[in-house]
Design a protein around this ligand. Sequence first.
Ligand SMILES: [Zn+2]
Ligand SMILES: [Zn+2]
Length: 172
Amino acid sequence: MPGEPATAPGHQPGSGRRILGGMSAAPTVDEQVALRLASLEQRYTPVRQALVATLAGAGRPLSIPEILESNVELPQSSAYRNITALIEAGVVRRVTGVDDHGRFELAEELAGHHHHLACGRCGKVEDVAPSPRLERAMAEAARAVAEEQGYEVTHHQFDLVGVCPSCRSTPV
Ligand SMILES: [Zn+2]
Ligand SMILES: [Zn+2]
């Protein structure tokens, strides 16, 4: 196949690299979190570092009980207090699922753009990597709808609700 350029996905948040003093260095998640907290005169304490690492490694939004499972020494009140501080700093966001459990994940600026799949039976919420096809269709449809009401679209949130594989294989 002659000269066909590799097709790049539409947009990939977080893939941009900054050039600092001649060296190529993308700030790490920890560096970005530390900066955001510092701008509010808050410290990036070991508890907050553990919370961010837990959320970054989960690959899906976590409830407070799930966060506590992987941080056994962390008191529940401390988890709530520090998650709240991270939300105020724009580091963590609360994900609305299909049940009353609050679930938390890193903000998209840190974790990259994605969507969610929620199970209407067990309440589980999983991340979905955005496909270029979905993103294109979504952007076009959203723009058309929002423009009718005079809005300029800046971003979107889109969660799918269904029945997860393990609930599908279990009779109701
Ligand atoms: Zn389920
Ligand atoms: Zn999207």
